[in-house]
Ligand binder design. Structure first.
Ligand code: GAP
Length: 589
């Protein structure tokens, strides 16, 4: 068995996705629309399975997480509070010649000779264009090439017969200021907000601006109080949501990896601040070392909860077919962290185009709820009777120390948020005084995963090729997608040995009917059994069941049995139809 070389893999996966109906370009008959993708019949099943598995693992298998399904368009003030209106932007540069747009920080750095021009004049009309321009050429290329490009630039500005002015050559190292395709100068980088804007109601003016959500997380924060009040959850607990997110990415790329419309699976897990844990338990447990810290305990602070969720997420990926070895943990350095984050781990996956982020797990302090408290004017603090009782029993010295730590953290947040000094001091004191009344603002651990990136990871990880040689020495290469049975879009292929034997067909339809109520099953009677296996291998189907003459009783002891063939090792075994469902269900769920 061989696997295609890394540089070919993406092309093969993209082509397979189209051919077999996993993923299509959106609006393809109109030429497509960059950054938007549709999931075809197999892709829709695969995606549904992934989301169901995440949802089950997060909510139904846990007592401390509940779900939410919020709207995509929300009050625009939410995006001011979250910081998205002011800071959710990428630097963008345009090619001065072709207008092609680049994300400035992702331009491949280039070296060579830059030819600068101060402007140009029309040799016939005398018209002048004073706009400076430059072209970067790789070392060794003659200046004529730069002049040709510069001519085009000035012609596009209304000159006919161009006379370039003020040519100056300059050596350039690792510059991101030039278009890597043609060497033309780019515009200065400028921030480009990634949120899609729209208008609510019939009047398209600034008062009615709204945004398509760029992440699902904020809906969870703004519904935190409603969920807490209605679900009988107690701290610590989480709220999970799966849904669409939209980002007007400057350069969508790598197939679905960076799309403009995509889906997220986000958990906001609300925890007690360390000062509260210490007041309740006497101490905050410290991580004993790397790895899974085990079952949650009341004395866990943010560090152990963060470590717990990193490990839980790695475990989840292992259970759906992405083993730990296919992932990398990247702990962001202090200087890379968002100002409110205490730690962030990016779970990276080895995509064919590079090792890139699949999910981020961030310890976000109490920033999000605090922001919504300030912007909405509605308290986001929780009340904890146990804390009130424990606080009253603390020794004065300990109480003072915890009060001070909580005060300092709140003061730091308020100051960074721009609250004037006197007000920040007053608010921080009030917040710290709240501890005595059993009140605090929860902190948050956020595992945030992209559905589409995960689908792409699963597809590239599952992709393999098998080369076979027949009796005449003819070789053929076939694709096999080795999906974990839990995510596979089709769980079982059901085949009658021959399609022109009504008894075989009837029995096969019976088996098909028996299984399809419980799992996705594909009935296929066309072509040889080998061809049918190959078609299912390419779709990633883990099991195929064949109904033959023994099923009908030709060999009496095999009556009502079928052959099941396992995709990954080609193993075949005989099983009674009566036991088929019970055999398959634990493998596919
Ligand atoms: N609430 C936190 C948040 O949204 P993020 O790192 O911006 O954090 C989380 O996004 C995840 O969403 C990423 O790890 C990635 O899997 C996915 N994601 C983000 N932008 C994406 C895009 N343009 N296309 C596809 N997936 C994307």
């Amino acid at each position: 068995m061989s696997d295609p070389k890394v540089n070919e893999l993406m092309e093969k996966v993209v082509s397979l996705c189209k051919r077999r109906g996993f993923i299509f370009p959106s609006s393809e008959i109109y030429g497509g629309i960059n950054g938007f993708w549709d999931y075809g019949p197999l892709g829709a099943e695969l995606k549904r399975n992934v989301k169901e598995l995440w949802w089950h693992s997060m909510t139904r298998h846990r007592e401390d997480v509940v779900g939410l399904e919020a709207t995509i368009i929300m009050h625009p003030q939410i995006w001011r509070a979250s910081g998205h209106v002011d800071t959710f932007s990428d630097p963008m540069s345009d090619c001065l010649l072709t207008r092609k747009r680049f994300r400035s920080d992702q331009i491949e750095p280039q070296s060579g000779t830059a030819y600068h021009y101060t402007g140009a004049q029309d040799a016939v009309s005398g018209k002048c264009v004073d706009e400076p321009y430059a072209v970067l050429l790789p070392a060794g290329k003659p200046p004529e090439s730069a002049r040709k490009i510069a001519n085009q630039f000035y012609q596009a500005r209304g000159l006919g017969q161009v006379e370039l002015q003020g040519e100056r050559a300059e050596k350039v190292e690792n510059s991101q200021r030039f278009n890597p395709d043609n060497g033309s100068l780019l515009t200065e980088p400028r921030p480009f907000n990634l949120m899609f804007k729209t208008y609510v109601g019939p009047v398209p003016d600034e008062d009615n601006v709204a945004y398509l959500r760029p992440e699902t997380a904020q809906a969870i924060f703004v519904q935190f109080k409603n969920v807490l009040d209605s679900s009988r959850q107690k701290m610590p607990f989480g709220i999970a949501q799966i849904g669409k997110a939209f980002r007007n990415e400057v350069t969508p790329r790598n197939f679905t990896f960076r799309s403009r419309e995509f889906e997220q699976m986000e958990l906001e897990f609300f925890i007690k601040p360390d000062e509260v844990v210490e007041a309740l338990c006497g101490t905050v447990a410290k991580p004993a070392g790397p790895g899974h810290p085990g079952e949650p305990r009341p004395d866990w602070g943010w560090q152990l909860w963060h470590q717990y969720w990193v490990e839980e997420r790695i475990r989840f990926y292992g259970e759906i077919g992405l083993p730990r070895e296919s992932l990398e943990e990247y702990w962001q350095k202090p200087e890379e962290l968002a100002h409110y984050a205490r730690a962030t781990v990016d779970l990276l996956f080895k995509f064919p185009f590079g090792t890139q982020e699949l999910e981020g797990i961030a310890a976000r302090s109490d920033f999000d709820l605090s922001q919504h408290e300030r912007f909405s004017g509605k308290s986001q603090a929780v009340f904890d009777e146990e804390l009130r009782t424990a606080w009253a029993k603390l020794a004065e010295e300990r109480r003072q120390a915890l009060w001070q730590r909580y005060h300092d953290a709140r003061h730091q947040y308020l100051t960074k948020a721009g609250v004037p000094a006197q007000q920040a001091e007053q608010d921080a004191r009030e917040d710290a005084d709240g501890l005595a009344r059993g009140q605090y603002i929860p902190h948050v651990i956020e595992p945030s995963a992209g559905v589409d990136r995960l689908i792409l990871g699963l597809l590239t990880h599952a992709y393999g090729e098998v080369t076979t040689t027949d009796a005449k020495g003819k070789t053929a290469t076939e694709v096999v997608l080795r999906f974990h049975p839990k995510v596979a879009p089709i769980k079982v292929g059901v085949f009658p040995l021959l399609k022109n034997k009504p008894e075989l067909v009837a029995k096969a339809r019976e088996v098909f009917g028996l299984l399809r109520s419980e799992m996705a099953v594909f009935y296929d009677e066309a072509g040889s059994i080998g061809r049918r296996y190959a078609r299912q291998d390419e779709a990633g189907t883990p099991f195929c069941v064949t109904i033959d003459f023994d099923t009908l009783g030709e060999t009496p002891e095999l009556k009502d049995t079928v052959t099941i063939r396992y995709r990954d090792d080609g193993r075949q075994e005989r099983l009674p139809i009566a036991g088929l469902k019970a055999h398959l269900l634990p493998l596919v769920r």
